[in-house]
Design a protein around this ligand. Structure first.
Ligand code: NAI
Length: 336
């Protein structure tokens, strides 16, 4: 029976990379039936709401989504659609594997970068609780809870144990935010005690950024509160060729939404220049989640073959190919 999957193309380059990914998934032989629903600026234009109830209804039925990026205005305007989806569906783990692709020349291509990032996805400064106390003084609330910190720590250690990862590094700023980040660390330590075979260490976030750039090969799995996870993921993407590459998965107890780390890339939207690799690799994670291991391997293999050849790469990774040419190459190899 076909897998039903909710497809949210999103804003900016979203529809371009989503269309490319749908083609690639089909070429890999996966039996997926897409239920296409709009969220974001398209939905606002068409239905007058950013996140129509159809999106939740579809995800309630399918339990699995593939999502393009959605725009969030800076300094005002509407709240983030991602934050709303993650909170409402309890998608508490944001998993982002950061790996080199074969043949891709980056500043670090001689270094074996292979990171698993576990970002807490539901609280911290993303609580959206902000207010002006008196004119000129604004307060944003950073919420860290025992339960959310324990469950992301468990997700991280269980993954490390299952996938043979040797070391978990908890990243924090508990020297300054002694109570909130202190609680996050306390939870990580508590969970680490149940996994004696997995090495555990802690790093202050500023030092972690420096060391990630200087010695990325010394890191294995990172577990972070929401905000540091967001920032450090983009830094890590820079190690392996940029935002066009790195996939992600938002995972909860009952639902999963797969999406790239990157945003709407307004500077190249509608020009046919976007790199769909990040969403395609997110689809690889999705296929594995659905139990479609062969299709997942075929798609990953096809992407890697295109990179190893280096003939049809998009501009962001040093090539000249438009989105369609890169996609055609992936589709060809996925069908082979
Ligand atoms: P961005 O990721 O959209 O772009 C940063 C830079 O990376 C740009 O130069 C862009 O052209 C390039 N880039 C990103 N993805 C690319 C791809 N697939 N192929 C080629 N080049 C790519 O980040 P920015 O500009 O900070 O954010 C733009 C909007 O996206 C904002 O409204 C932000 O809130 C939203 N956003 C949404 C996310 C989501 O829905 N998951 C995640 C991150 C940002």
């Amino acid at each position: 029976m076909a897998h039903q999957v909710t497809l949210i193309p999103g804003d900016g380059i979203g529809p371009e990379v989503a269309d490319a990914t749908v083609r690639a998934v089909q070429a890999a032989g996966a039996d997926v039936e897409w239920e296409r629903v709009d969220a974001g600026l398209n939905a606002l234009e068409e239905f007058g709401v950013l996140l129509p109830s159809e999106v939740f209804a579809s995800l309630e039925a399918t339990r699995v989504g593939l999502k393009g990026p959605t725009a969030t205005p800076i300094g005002g305007g509407h709240q983030s659609i991602n934050v709303a989806l993650r909170k409402k569906l309890g998608l508490y783990t944001n998993f982002r594997p950061v790996r080199m692709l074969p043949g891709l020349k980056t500043r670090f291509h001689d270094v074996p970068v292979n990171l698993a990032i576990f970002r807490e996805n539901t609280e911290d400064l993303y609580s959206g609780l902000e207010h002006e106390i008196i004119p000129g003084v604004v307060e944003s609330l950073k919420i860290i809870t025992n339960s959310a910190s324990l469950r992301i720590a468990r997700a991280a250690f269980e993954y490390a144990h299952r996938e043979g990862r040797c070391k978990v590094t908890a990243i924090h700023k508990a020297n300054i935010m002694k109570m909130s980040d202190g609680l996050f660390l306390k939870c990580c330590r508590e969970v680490s005690a149940a996994f004696p075979a997995v090495q555990y260490n802690e790093l202050i976030v500023d030092n972690a950024c420096m060391q990630l750039v200087m010695r990325p090969e010394t890191f294995d799995l990172l577990v972070l509160p929401n905000l540091y996870g967001d920032i450090v993921s983009d830094l890590a993407a820079g190690l392996v060729g940029g935002l066009g590459i790195v996939p992600g998965a938002n995972l909860g107890e009952h639902h999963a939404i797969f999406e790239a780390v990157h945003g709407t890339a307004q500077d190249i939207a509608g020009k046919g220049l976007a790199n769909p690799t990040a969403l395609m690799q997110s689809a690889v994670l999705m296929l594995a989640h659905l139990g479609e291991r062969d299709a997942a391997q075929r798609l990953q293999g096809a992407i890697e073959r295109v990179y190893a050849e280096g003939l049809h790469l998009t501009r962001d990774v040093g090539g000249n190919a438009p989105t369609a040419e890169f996609t055609d190459a992936v589709v060809r190899y996925a069908q082979a």
